[in-house]
Design a binder for this molecule. Structure first.
Ligand code: HEM
Length: 351
């Protein structure tokens, strides 16, 4: 028994030694193209796939940089972030804002004109203002709904309406999303030009914030000019967020043409950050998509609060964007300094 074991060990050592001495010779001959590889090959599977995964043109037969990407490991991270935190926190955010607005309505009710409607009106928004608002708002709402369908439709809508209807609806939604993006950008640019001068922060805003905007307690009316601090926050969020969503959306519409993330990160690195800047075209697309979804969800949550306060939440507010004329008492309660300015302008003799 002892003898048989010793024999086996000796035989094993002999095989290992022979292998160790013959392998480099085989490898050299094979690399020189002299002999074909043996059945097991000389490179390990891990090495082979690591090589393919680098995805550089030349590591495969494909010369096109994008076509050469056979395995893209970052795609796993992208998918995990999109289907994980972005979808989850976006959904939670939407549910929370609906819940909070519902609760606010139940506790505070509709914010009334405390002194009652006067019957007299004052022009708040001219036709061009209202056109800009509804161009931006109408397109945003459809972009929001079709975008939410792209993220959540397969979980929420598909089980209800079935595969065929869902496919048709989502395809139509995708066209609407792509084309209405341009209407949104036009509305955004026009609203910016029309309203930016009224949205520069000033001292009055601080007072408005300290008084909670007067929306929590009945009869509290902090002074405000044309736009109060809350509206200025909405304005700048819509302008900056809208621009960012537009740019990332254009990058998604015309894929692999932009290097916005690499460029932005390089810019930030100039301010002491140390962010990666060397992204492949595919990674740029993935980052664009994550960012586009994230900023859109934040905007949708904010705009839901805006829509609430501009319609059911406050008596007299919607008139501003409907007819353009608001009740004078509404205007005095919510924008007292603006009413004074308008009255002074009207009292001035025409030059
Ligand atoms: C049904 C939907 C909407 C309604 C009922 C609505 C209502 C209103 C009203 C009444 C005003 C004027 C407030 C005032 O007189 O002071 C306003 C202003 C404004 N709206 Fe909307 N809106 C809607 C959707 C949107 C959307 C989707 C956006 C942007 C994406 C938007 C952006 C703005 C901005 C930037 C202003 C000026 C600043 C402010 O008042 O907050 N609105 N909206």
């Amino acid at each position: 028994m002892m003898q048989a074991n010793a024999f086996r060990i000796l035989a094993l050592l002999a095989v290992l030694l022979c292998g160790a001495t013959s392998l480099p010779t085989d490898a050299a001959a094979q690399q020189a193209g002299a002999v074909p590889g043996d059945a097991l090959g000389l490179n390990s599977d891990t090495d082979l796939w690591r090589f393919v995964r680098t995805g550089n043109a030349g590591s495969t037969q494909m010369k096109n940089e994008l076509a050469a990407v056979m395995i893209q490991s970052e795609g796993d991270n992208y998918r995990a972030i999109r289907n994980g935190p972005i979808s989850a926190f976006g959904g939670i955010g939407l549910i929370i804002v609906i819940f909070v607005l519902g609760l606010f309505y139940m506790v505070r009710g509709r914010i009334k004109i405390d002194s009652g409607p006067s019957g007299a009106t004052i022009l708040r928004f001219a036709t061009i203002d209202r056109f800009a608002h509804w161009l931006m708002a109408g397109s945003f709402i459809i972009l929001g709904i079709t975008g939410l369908n792209m993220l959540y439709g397969r979980y929420v809508l598909l089980p209800v309406i079935g595969k065929d209807a869902f496919a048709a609806l989502t395809a139509a939604g995708k066209y609407a999303h792509n084309f209405l993006a341009f209407a949104f950008m036009a509305g955004l640019a026009l609203s910016f030009l029309l309203w930016v001068r009224h949205n520069i922060p000033n001292k009055v805003d601080w007072q408005w914030i300290k008084m909670g905007g007067g929306i929590v307690k009945k009869g509290v009316h902090p002074p405000a000019r044309k736009f109060n601090a809350g509206q200025k926050i909405i304005f700048w969020a819509v302008m900056i967020g809208g621009l960012s969503v537009s740019m990332s959306g254009i990058a998604l519409m015309f894929p692999f043409q932009t290097t916005m993330f690499g460029d932005t990160f390089a810019l930030l690195n100039g301010f002491g950050f140390s962010l990666p800047t060397d992204f492949t075209p595919l990674q740029e697309q993935q980052l664009n998509q994550l960012w586009h979804g994230f900023v859109s969800l934040v905007l949708i949550v904010m705009i839901m609060a805006h829509i609430y306060i501009g319609s059911v939440g406050m008596e007299g507010a919607l008139d501003a964007m409907n007819s353009g004329h608001v009740d004078r008492n509404w205007a005095k309660e919510h924008h007292s300094l603006w009413v004074e300015e308008e009255d002074q302008k009207a009292a001035k003799p025409a030059e």
